[in-house]
Ligand binder design. Structure first.
Ligand SMILES: CC(C)(COP(=O)(O)OP(=O)(O)OC[C@H]1O[C@@H](n2cnc3c(N)ncnc32)[C@H](O)[C@@H]1OP(=O)(O)O)[C@@H](O)C(=O)NCCC(=O)NCCS
Length: 175
């Protein structure tokens, strides 16, 4: 059975992606600052973002749960497990530094462990992406490995640092 959820955190609404999110998603995925350490270069065309949004909409349980983040009715980013157990997130830079990613991910991670029954969540981050590494560390993720030349982004090879969070340590930290 597929479940399409919409729920609130203290300041945010998290919900499945819709075709109407295209303009907001394109403004994020074409933003040079937001896309600096993404697995693809910034989107140059709306069609690229349309295709990306379509694949996000297609993510369904039990394969993953990827959600749009809204603040005061405005789409500010996305957070979720785009393919269990891999976490992914991006916010428009206008909304960075206010704890929104942490707030959204706390809800996403809680659901992944308590509702979807995952025992571990993983992240693959560019080692230069200090903001994301700091955020994941704050959520309890720990480094489990590194690899060089994992992603060819445009004409540049990028590396990966792998991080993981176990359900057990999440539960004991939340208790
Ligand atoms: C990574 C990313 C999502 C972080 O977004 P964010 O909302 O700024 O992250 P946080 O929720 O952790 O908030 C960060 C800051 O807000 C602060 N904060 C936390 N709660 C807060 C609150 N309630 N009010 C105000 N500020 C708060 C934090 O202390 C933190 O400050 P610091 O960076 O000085 O330590 C964002 O930088 C981004 O979209 N990056 C590009 C995409 C990307 O690289 N994704 C990862 C691919 S693997």
């Amino acid at each position: 059975m597929q479940t399409r959820v919409k729920f609130r955190t203290e300041r945010l609404v998290l919900r499945p992606a819709l075709p109407e999110d295209l303009d907001a998603i394109h403004s994020i995925l074409s933003n040079l600052q937001a896309m600096a350490y993404w697995s693809t270069p910034p989107h140059e065309t709306v069609q690229q973002s349309r295709d990306w949004l379509q694949s996000m909409i297609a993510i369904q349980l039990p394969d993953g749960e990827d959600l749009i983040i809204e603040r005061d009715g405005k789409v500010i980013g996305k957070a979720g497990l785009w393919r269990f157990p891999e976490i992914g997130f991006i916010l428009h830079p206008e909304f960075w530094g206010q704890g929104y990613a942490q707030e959204a991910l706390t809800a996403v991670i809680g659901r992944a462990f308590s509702i979807h029954g995952l025992s571990r969540i993983e992240a693959d981050v560019d080692p230069r992406n200090t903001g994301s590494i700091k955020l994941l560390s704050r959520l309890g993720f720990r480094e489990i490995g590194r690899k060089e030349r994992t992603w060819l982004v445009g004409d540049q090879w990028c590396d990966s640092v792998y991080l993981a969070l176990d359900a057990k340590s999440w539960r004991s930290a939340s208790a």
